[in-house]
Write a protein of this length. Sequence first.
Length: 210
Amino acid sequence: VAGRRLTGPVQGFGKMWQKSYRMNAGAQIAPEQAISTWKEHFPEFWPKGNRFAGALTGINPGDVALLDLAIGGGVKLSTGVFVLYADAESFTLMTPQGHMFAGWITFSAEREGPKDGGDTVVQALVLMRANDPLYEIGMMFGGHRKEDKFWAATLTALGERLGLPEPVVDTKTTCVDSKRQWRHANNIWHNSMIRSVLQTLTFRRNKKHA
């Protein structure tokens, strides 16, 4: 992530998508409690095989976290995220050049219904475009489905930590803009997946000849 600029949907290549992953945490869990737990234990809720290396103090504005994401074949995609915003009831992560998508993810919790008696709903809201043509192809052929499973599993793990007996995650996906931004096709130069694969192959070759 060193030297990489932050990228929002405007700088991405593929179709623009908005995805929401929502879970009802019940009336007994306050929004502040849900977000505090999520921020303090964020890496622990990620599916097995993926790694989030952030600050030891939790999620704070200005932090940079490094990611290792399992992409199959024993290869991990190395990238990162920037903590754009954080308060008692929400926090937002933004992606750098080379990430799978250009965009941001906002994690939030709020009461729905009566202010004092309504249920707390926890949500991860993603606004994104695939960063380059290669990532766009990957998203079309299984990437979106894999991402949905990732965040559904993450919210389920959070729900279990909050004490929910059977967490249920509702997923909603909307195509906001069906056009691809070909002027940003050269984003592929920063593609972290290509660089991660080359790094893995180089490591294996050196290890074999060592």
